[in-house]
Ligand binder design. Structure first.
Ligand code: AMP
Length: 254
């Protein structure tokens, strides 16, 4: 198996490059993943990355990576973004768009991309359209992972994330082999601050108000692929690959 890029270009922005550089693909996949927090989007992004060779790019990961910087190393905009994130609120469109614009290299990457957590508002979706149009990049599909909200809230309480490599586990559905230790890199597993109950409530409200309208936005553009998000991660992946094959039989991930 090819070594996976470390996503430095995405996590750090600016001049940072990935190690190794992503493999150019004859037909790179460029997709957006939509779904409420906790629906399993991050896990699916990682699994799809393994199948398609495209990089899983999460805006939430950029903010989490920035948290380990010293306060002096953070711009005022980034510090404000982190405060909003800790409360479970959305970061402002302006801040998110500056951050994504500093990472255009990743959207233009010849390995493709899977955007997870961006866009999250109509304003962000419109700005993404403009960025892609300017770079002459087309989106192949928007995968929408769907599940009743009550089920999602129950799931979030069991989610644990690796502090080092960001792999996601679930105490019941996808437990690590050793308690609180990442299977992949041995890093410590912890509950994200924004997975605490009060932050979860705020995040769900933000999703319903700001992000759910994107389903209609992309449906109108003929890009939406709706997927039931129940079952094991592998079952959901199989469902997504079948839907992508139906969309483009010759180019879907092998
Ligand atoms: P996630 O890992 O995608 O659930 O993101 C975690 C948190 O980061 C969110 O609850 C927001 O506070 C912030 N965030 C990530 N992406 C965005 C975005 N595209 N727009 C606004 N806030 C975001």
């Amino acid at each position: 198996m090819e070594p996976r890029p470390d996503r430095s270009a995405w996590l750090k922005g600016g001049e940072a490059r990935c190690t190794p550089e992503p493999q150019p693909r004859e037909r790179p996949w460029r997709m957006v993943l939509l779904g409420a927090p906790g629906v399993g989007k991050g896990t699916q992004a990682e699994l799809l990355a393994g199948r398609t060779g495209a990089c899983a790019l999460s805006t939430g990961d950029i903010f989490r990576a920035a948290r380990s910087l010293d306060a002096g190393e953070r711009s005022p905009a980034l510090s404000q973004a982190l405060e909003r994130m800790q409360r479970g609120e959305l970061v402002s469109d302006a801040t998110v768009l500056v951050i994504v614009s500093e990472r255009l290299r990743c959207l233009d990457c010849k390995g493709g991309f899977l955007l997870d957590g961006f866009p999250r508002t109509l304003a962000q979706a419109e700005a993404l359209d403009q960025l892609l149009e300017r770079e002459m990049i087309g989106l192949d599909a928007v995968l929408s992972y769907e599940m009743p909200i009550a089920e999602i809230v129950a799931r979030l309480s069991g989610r644990r994330t690796c502090g080092k490599c960001k792999a996601v586990f679930h105490l019941a559905a996808r437990p690590p082999r050793a308690e609180a230790v990442c299977d992949h890199c041995g890093g410590p597993l912890a509950q994200r601050e924004d997975d605490r109950p009060e932050a979860v409530r705020v995040r769900m409200e933000a999703y319903e108000k700001d992000t759910a309208p994107l389903i209609q936005y992309y449906r109108r553009r003929g890009l939406l692929v709706s997927l039931a998000a129940d079952g094991t991660p592998e079952e959901i992946l199989t469902r997504a690959v079948a839907a992508l094959e139906a969309l483009a039989p010759r180019v879907a991930p092998a």
